[in-house]
Design a protein around this ligand. Sequence first.
Ligand SMILES: C[S@@+](CC[C@H](N)C(=O)[O-])C[C@H]1O[C@@H](n2cnc3c(N)ncnc32)[C@H](O)[C@@H]1O
Length: 260
Amino acid sequence: MSIIMLNIIIALYTYIFQITAITLIAAVVVLMVRYLILSIKEKSYYPAQWLYMLKNKKISTELIQLEKNYDDKIRFYNFWFQIERIKKENVKGAFAELGVYKGETAKIIHEMERSRKLHLFDTFEGFKKDDLKAETGEAATYSTKNFADTDEKKVLKYINGNNNIIIHKGHFPDTTKDLESEIFALVNIDADLYNPIKKGCEYFYKHLSPGGVIIIHDYNNKWEGAIKAVNEFTKTIPENIIEVPDMHGTVMIIKNKVVK
Ligand SMILES: C[S@@+](CC[C@H](N)C(=O)[O-])C[C@H]1O[C@@H](n2cnc3c(N)ncnc32)[C@H](O)[C@@H]1O
């Protein structure tokens, strides 16, 4: 092969190499710019009312941090809007959560309204066998080991709240026996399974103030027990469910006000 031919081949290879390198660098730059634009745009989705309260320094540093770290922003803001509404409308009663696990949503709810009692219901040992027996769909693959890696002392430490937090350890609804006279303004049901969700709706609706809200998580087709429990229960009450388009599907029941 002549020297000229060899030079032509080397020049060709160098040219192809340079074009490939430039194309790759351009693709990385485009992806980075796109990522930057999307993350800036995402940050601009703060609800106007949240921004107003932020500007007026009416949101605690702790809550601002919790919002930053929580993935499901729509779920977060839904809790916040409901709690703000309850405060504005002066809906009477305590707050409660059925399905606490390590206390992530309980901490958020407590931080949004520290002056109300917050009753926390959980086995703090995971699901019970009898509840699991009734399950179909995704929940049928769960066992008593799921959500068992927690305990109430760690939860209280994590929430780092005040004396308004009351733990009810054990199988729900057995743990409601001493609470016949309590009334509730906001209840978060996040128990995944048919039995506790159904019993939770029945117990808390009976004790819910007019204007009070029950928020139920996991109303999506993976969680057949949750859908069945909510649908069966709502047939027995005058209110409709309100669907919240958060990550895993939440529904709310807001008890009708009594108009005088
Ligand atoms: C999905 S986890 C709750 C997640 C929690 N809200 C959070 O923020 O991470 C479901 C919880 O429901 C509890 N649970 C389910 N059935 C229950 C029952 N019958 N009585 C008490 N706790 C129950 C489980 O022990 C588990 O901790």
